[in-house]
Design a protein around this ligand. Structure first.
Ligand SMILES: Cc1cc2nc3c(=O)[nH]c(=O)nc-3n(C[C@H](O)[C@H](O)[C@H](O)COP(=O)(O)O)c2cc1C
Length: 130
């Protein structure tokens, strides 16, 4: 099974979740603004995460969702962090749907910085789809 983990994180919270998911999947978590974030080989599951900033998602993540090759992504699983609102989950799902990519209904969300038990929960969440 091919797994990829991609995220965008300004202050490290979503990155920490991405790294816990990546650990469970035994792959690297790659920020979407890095050249190697491009999905060039088909993946069965793409874990994709970002946070909410002023009620929107970062432009880097928006662009990445728009440019994803739907032929290379069988299914996406979304995760996010924010202070309060879970709207980022919907925005990421919307970006994927607009690109024709199927998204798992279940998502993973942490309020602000994840603690150790939340990182363990992220690992357990990821294992359900691997
Ligand atoms: C400039 C800025 C704007 C934010 N706007 C919102 C917001 O509208 N709603 C919310 O719930 N959280 C908001 N947050 C909180 C972030 O979503 C939260 O800290 C998140 O965990 C940051 O993820 P990151 O560390 O991966 O960048 C904002 C944070 C920043 C820095």
């Amino acid at each position: 099974m091919n797994i990829a983990v991609r995220y965008y994180s300004r202050t490290g919270n979503t990155k920490a979740v991405a790294e816990a998911i990546a650990k469970a999947a035994d792959v690297s978590a790659v920020s979407v603004d890095q050249p190697d974030a491009v999905i060039s080989e088909p993946v069965d599951v793409l874990f994709i995460g970002g946070a909410l900033y002023a009620y929107g998602i970062d432009g880097n993540l928006k662009d990445y969702l728009r440019l994803l090759d739907k032929e290379k992504v069988k299914k996406a699983v979304v995760f996010s962090t924010s202070w309060i609102s879970k709207h980022s989950l919907d925005l990421i799902k919307k970006g994927l749907a607009e690109n024709g990519i199927q998204t798992e209904a279940e998502t993973f969300y942490v309020r602000s910085r994840p603690n150790e038990s939340q990182l363990k929960a992220a690992e357990a969440f990821a294992k359900k789809f691997i």
